[in-house]
Design a protein around this ligand. Structure first.
Ligand SMILES: Cc1cc2nc3c(=O)[nH]c(=O)nc-3n(C[C@H](O)[C@H](O)[C@H](O)COP(=O)(O)OP(=O)(O)OC[C@H]3O[C@@H](n4cnc5c(N)ncnc54)[C@H](O)[C@@H]3O)c2cc1C
Length: 311
């Protein structure tokens, strides 16, 4: 039996596992997908480095975890923003995921979905997988989006599950189009605000081949009847350009941008949820309190320490 089970191999779950590893606590990480990273996903293709999820990041103050992970010079500054700066990972945001994953030596169960959590006795929880297997642990880090956490917690902590019910997102398909630089006007021919949440082009040395640009657009589905699928979003973006792209990609993230997190009552709901969770169960992730990437690292690690305190 592992002392702790971490559910979800995105940045929050990986950070929790990293801290458990540092504390010498036996853990198992469970991730439903065949890859780690959750919504962080970088593609390396034809000279392009494309971040399909988080890309340009707001940075305020130091990020000391980068040096701890052996990534002290991994960021490129794009410009000033408010009282901080905008940065990207020079080799893609996936660099962070890979560095975290490389630190983990405990079992990682991939392609395994957790369906529900239960209480075995006053010292042990049961973690039920969709294939019928049940694992035991004394502590659980739940690091999955709210719509999945809601289902998992219904038996063990129904009050907490109820608070996660009906979580709302702004789902956006991310389209990437690579072009020869001269084929794309400086001012992109895409109006933003409705169907297109954003549209921008950039030519970053090292991430975009010389004499090329990468156009990146966020397309909302179902704003127009003809744009209801990711492929239609890709076609909808392509039709704004006369030139043939050298590269075209679309990724759909149903849990991008959790709108519920912006509600004025969100912080109070999170306090109520923490109070409704049994000891040894901690919920972390970008849907809850960890809005930015360094928050997810910090709160994943904090979750591990909170559980260590009650083991
Ligand atoms: C397109 C996009 C762009 C973004 N841009 C930014 C940005 O610019 N800046 C920023 O700070 N944040 C951004 N975010 C938010 C960003 O995703 C988060 O900051 C961070 O990556 C979330 O990490 P997480 O571990 O909390 O959640 P996730 O990345 O969602 O990870 C959760 C993991 O749990 C797994 N899982 C789900 N259900 C189960 C189950 N039943 N059993 C086992 N595993 C399960 C999932 O497969 C996933 O791997 C963006 C998100 C998206 C989708």
């Amino acid at each position: 039996m592992s002392d702790v089970i971490v559910i979800g191999g995105g940045l929050s779950g990986l950070s929790a596992a990293w801290e458990l590893q540092r504390l010498g606590i036996a853990y198992t990480l469970i991730e439903v997908k065949p890859r780690l990273g959750g919504s962080i996903q970088t593609e390396y293709t034809e000279g392009f480095i494309i971040d399909h999820g988080p890309f340009v990041l707001e940075k305020y103050g130091d990020w000391p975890f980068l040096a701890e992970l052996g990534l002290p010079d991994s960021l490129m500054t794009m410009g000033r923003y408010r009282d901080g700066e905008l940065v990207v990972f020079a080799e893609g945001t996936q660099t962070l995921v890979d560095a975290l994953a490389s630190r983990l030596t405990a079992p990682i169960m991939q392609r395994m979905a957790v369906s529900s959590l239960g209480l075995i006795d006053d010292r042990r929880y049961g973690v039920c997988l969709e294939n019928g297997v049940m694992l035991e642990a004394r502590g659980i880090v739940v690091a999955v989006p709210a719509r999945y956490a809601d289902h998992m917690l219904r038996t063990l902590a129904p009050e907490a599950a109820l608070l996660l019910n009906d979580y709302r997102y702004d789902p956006v398909a991310r389209v990437h189009l690579g072009f020869q630089a001269q084929a794309v006007p400086r001012e992109l021919p895409i109006a933003t605000g409705g169907l297109f949440k954003f549209a921008e082009s950039y030519g970053l040395p090292g991430r975009v081949p010389a004499d090329h640009v990468l156009v990146r657009a966020g397309v909302r589905l179902d704003v127009e009847p003809s744009v209801a699928t990711p492929d239609q979003a890709l076609a909808g973006a392509r039709m704004h350009f006369d030139a043939e792209p050298v590269l075209a990609r679309v990724h759909y993230w149903p849990e991008a941008d959790p709108l519920t997190r912006y509600l004025p009552e969100h912080s109070a709901i999170m306090d109520a949820m923490d109070a409704a969770l049994p000891p040894g169960i901690v919920l972390v992730g970008s849907d809850y309190r960890a809005r930015r990437l360094p928050d997810q690292v910090a709160q994943g690690r904090l979750a591990a320490r909170k559980i260590a305190d009650v083991l």
